[in-house]
Design a binder for this molecule. Structure first.
Ligand code: ZN
Length: 270
């Protein structure tokens, strides 16, 4: 028996043994491959979801499915390296992944979303369908929603793109891939109704699509960044990661216990 949490690193007898021992919960990291400014790799969204999944899986003794490296990213196609998949294709793909795993006995699924609000819509459609068609339990874990309490104590601005939140998290998890000397600040414009950040009191308009023209302007001005990546901090990234792992562990434990998810309060580690 291997001690890997990754499904793709196990043999089928290993997986069969896990299922027979009752390991029927599996995490599904979902991100994107899209431009993340001049300082972060295009795999950032998938990498942060993967890091959260791996740490939490070790703490809860569950498995992790191979990450989904693609998301819906039409607004980032103005810069090279971005791959966008139509949301209807992503729903079909994710439903087939869950159906395959469910057929073999997995019955608790946690989608870990690294691509923020843009992935949420099709993940909700997927979750609804697999729950009702397959009778499995499924939740969507979204770091932007799960970090409201944590962000109150930090000098971070609202969610943008490749900003200090992603910069700090990546700096902690993948320091060899972060090029902070190339980071370009592009502070948020004040918007009365829309901030794409559930923590922000002004985030009331739900969703406003970005046009290619608007994104080209962001690309020209700051290499695709929105926010202040110069505020990225390795230590803050570590605390942010640990906060999210604590929340994710609580979600997994509640899901396995068959209880309705409740807020257990802070279990923050140093
Ligand atoms: Zn991102």
């Amino acid at each position: 028996m291997t001690d890997s949490v990754w499904l793709q690193e196990l043999t089928w007898p290993d997986i069969k043994a896990c299922l027979e021992q009752g390991k029927t919960t599996i995490l599904l990291p979902v991100g994107s491959t899209e431009q993340h400014g001049p300082h972060l790799p295009v795999g950032t969204d998938t990498m942060v979801a993967t890091a959260l999944a791996e740490t939490s899986a070790r703490e809860t003794n569950v498995l992790v499915a191979p990450p989904l490296w693609f998301g819906w990213s039409p607004h980032h196609m103005v810069l090279p390296g971005t791959i966008t998949i139509r949301p209807e294709v992503l729903v079909e793909l994710a439903c087939d992944v869950v159906a395959s795993l469910a057929e073999h006995g997995f019955n608790n699924f946690v989608f870990i979303n690294g691509h923020r609000i843009v992935n949420v819509t099709w993940l909700q459609m997927t979750a609804e369908r697999v729950k009702n068609n397959l009778g499995v339990k499924v939740v969507i874990f979204d770091p932007a929603h799960m970090s409201k309490e944590f962000k109150s104590g930090l000098d971070w601005g609202p969610v943008g793109h490749a900003e200090e939140i992603e910069g700090s998290h990546m700096w902690h998890c993948y320091p060899h891939l972060v090029k902070m000397d190339r980071a370009v600040d592009n502070p948020h414009r004040t918007h009365k109704l829309y901030n794409i950040d559930p923590h922000h009191s002004g985030d009331t308009l739900c969703y406003v699509p970005s046009s290619r023209t608007e994104m080209q302007a962001v690309a020209d001005k700051a290499g695709g960044t929105v926010g202040r990546p110069s505020r990225s901090d390795h230590e803050a990234g570590k605390r942010y990661h640990n906060h999210l792992v604590d929340r994710l562990v609580a979600v997994i434990e509640d899901l396995q216990a068959g209880r309705k998810r409740t807020d257990k309060g802070s279990r923050l580690r140093p």
